[in-house]
Design a protein around this ligand. Structure first.
Ligand code: SAM
Length: 281
């Protein structure tokens, strides 16, 4: 099995956080496959060394955004969306674990290597209700053509998820992606996203997360190609979406979670991180 490397390792970090969240008594969701992905990746998260607050920081960030986007997409499908497109799907298991209120087709776009790794781990697992279509593609290439070729219908109301993705694309790639998603979105479509506007260069030399991982901090910084907008609602509006943004801190409080006061990863909070849900204007 080809284990994730480069930007693919970031999806394993997310899976590790989902596995930790799934083990909590007060979990916001249960992702039974997250731990399997991490085990198959060959990396052992140094969770016992993350007692500086970074375990809580990482788990809360991922748990809160996962729960928010789970609710977003279930609402969107209940309201009529019949397609879900996960751009940079990584090790997202929504096709398998969500109780879909209506039949829906889930299109998962990510690099060929990520799709192969994920499918190897999920071999034999069948989605409960969703039809799952994988589209191996680099999102800097002509992904709209690949998506249409896989059966996507631009006239069908669609829910889009951009979770933990945009920072890994260059600014012109983010702009193209937003324009293409708009062009492919009929009436009734919706979009859910994470937006991060932070000082990524803040020192995190000692972040335990990176210990033993195939991705070192300097490698991760080299993968970050753009910073998110400081005003997410205005930014989505400029692409034709009516958006509502909530900060992760506020959302965590809403879910009864508190981000830790002290953590190496807290340095990432020096700007803002938001969860956004938007509808096509
Ligand atoms: N959305 C998933 C989640 O939240 O669980 C994965 C998030 S992970 C931090 C970022 C994902 O974006 C990885 O799976 C990576 O392979 C994918 N990605 C980054 N740049 C990409 C590109 N140019 N083309 C395709 N996928 C890309």
């Amino acid at each position: 099995m080809n284990q994730p490397r480069g930007v693919g390792v970031t999806a394993v970090f997310v899976a590790a956080a989902r596995a930790m969240e799934s083990g909590r008594a007060d979990r916001l969701f249960d992702d039974p496959w997250a731990g399997e992905f991490v085990g198959a990746s060959g990396w052992n998260p140094p969770t016992d060394q993350m007692d500086d607050g970074s375990r809580e920081e990482l788990t809360t960030w991922v748990a809160v955004r996962t729960k928010f986007l789970d609710d977003f997409v279930l609402d969107a499908v209940a309201a009529g969306c019949r397609q879900l497109v996960l751009l940079g799907a990584g090790l997202d298991t929504r096709a398998f674990r969500l109780p879909w209120p209506q039949p829906v087709t889930v299109y998962e776009l990510d690099t060929a290597k990520m799709v192969q790794f994920k499918d190897a781990v999920l071999d034999g697992v069948s989605p409960a209700q969703a039809a799952r279509v994988t589209v191996p593609i680099d999102l800097r290439d002509d992904w709209p053509a690949a998506l249409r070729g896989a059966g996507f219908g631009p006239d069908v109301p669609t829910a889009w998820i951009l979770e933990g993705l945009l920072a890994y694309l260059p600014e012109d790639g983010v702009d193209a992606l937003m324009r293409h998603a708009g062009e492919l979105s009929g009436a009734g479509s919706a979009i859910g996203a994470t937006i991060t506007n932070v000082d990524f260069t803040a020192a995190m030399d000692d972040a335990p997360l990176f210990r033993g991982s195939p991705l070192r901090r300097r490698d991760w910084l080299a993968l970050l190609h753009s910073n998110g907008p400081a005003d997410p609602e205005a930014w989505f509006d400029s692409y034709g979406w009516r958006a509502t943004a909530v900060t992760v801190d506020d959302l965590a409080r809403r879910y009864g979670r508190v981000l830790p006061e002290h953590s190496v990863l807290k340095q990432l909070r020096q700007g803002n991180r938001w969860l956004v849900s938007a509808v096509r204007k």
